[in-house]
Design a protein around this ligand. Structure first.
Ligand SMILES: [Zn+2]
Length: 275
């Protein structure tokens, strides 16, 4: 069977000496607008995350190939499958970097996570790629003339998240700290998550690269704070599952990708396993 997937969206921003390419899988059906990025320097490419569905991972790789510069490395932001499934399918020959916690998770639980998605068929990869290199929080690296500053954010949308700042370009690679124009994947850490977003609002950064949706500005960071605040109030009022989803969709009719509710609600309301 040949599956017809909707086409991805690509945006390119020209900043100083770099170009930032954002490749977004579809918004329709069960897709959740997975956003992966390429930092294109003068000579080389640095990639962020590997897409979810195999066909999008392959298209993302083909797009990178079309830029005709070698891929220096790929950074994996966190352990949610929509960010690493595509690595095995399309980036097995690329050096992959991640937090040690993410590497440890993939070693112990990556296969289980993959088996849990058996219903995806050919859209899921045949194996798990274990990142070969650990990134340490608080460190800095210059790659192809571009400065990258690494940090570890704990207990927000995920337990351990790698964030990367390009200080010279005022770019913050936030991945799943923000959901740009789409419904958020909610966790029990919403309070702390709001604190972290609040710091982003007063930072020097101007462009925020999300894990879902289009590159964002501070207004979108603020809208994510509003979303989390209203979600927390709804949880406190006792709304769960269908009633909770209905309330959030009515409160934020402009947000896309409602498919995310059924992914996170069993974990938020019914204590399903973390992956
Ligand atoms: Zn995600």
């Amino acid at each position: 069977m040949v599956l017809q997937l909707p086409p991805p969206i690509v945006t390119v921003r020209h900043l100083d000496k770099v170009r930032i390419h954002t490749f977004i899988s579809a918004y329709t059906e069960d897709n959740i607008a997975n956003a992966t990025h390429i930092i294109e320097g003068e000579k080389e490419l640095v990639l962020i995350d590997g897409q979810f569905l195999v066909p999008y991972a392959e298209q993302f790789r083909a797009y990178a190939k079309g830029l005709k510069k070698p891929i220096n490395r790929l950074y994996l932001s966190h352990r949610h499958p929509d960010h690493w499934f595509g690595l095995y399918a399309a980036f097995a020959d690329v050096p992959v970097y991640a937090l040690q916690e993410t590497i440890d998770f993939l070693k112990t639980d990556g296969q289980t996570s993959l088996q849990d998605h058996w219903k995806m068929g050919n859209l899921a990869p045949n194996g798990v790629l274990i990142p070969q290199h650990a990134v340490e929080a608080g460190t800095k690296e210059v790659i192809d003339g571009v400065t990258y500053v690494f940090d570890k954010i704990v207990d927000t949308e995920i337990d351990y998240l790698l964030t990367i700042r390009l200080p010279d370009q005022r770019v913050f690679i936030a991945q799943d700290l923000i959901y740009s124009g789409t419904h958020l994947y909610l966790t029990k850490y919403m309070n702390h998550w709001i604190d972290i977003l609040g710091k982003m609002l007063t930072s020097e950064d101007e462009l925020f690269l999300p894990g879902h949706g289009l590159p964002a500005d501070k207004d979108e960071v603020a809208r994510n704070i509003q979303y989390l605040t209203i979600a927390m109030e709804a949880v406190e009022r006792g709304l769960t599952n269908d009633a909770f989803q209905r309330f959030m969709m009515e409160s934020f009719p402009e947000r896309k990708c409602a498919g995310i509710f059924k992914i996170y609600m069993p974990r938020l309301f019914d204590n399903a396993s973390e992956f």
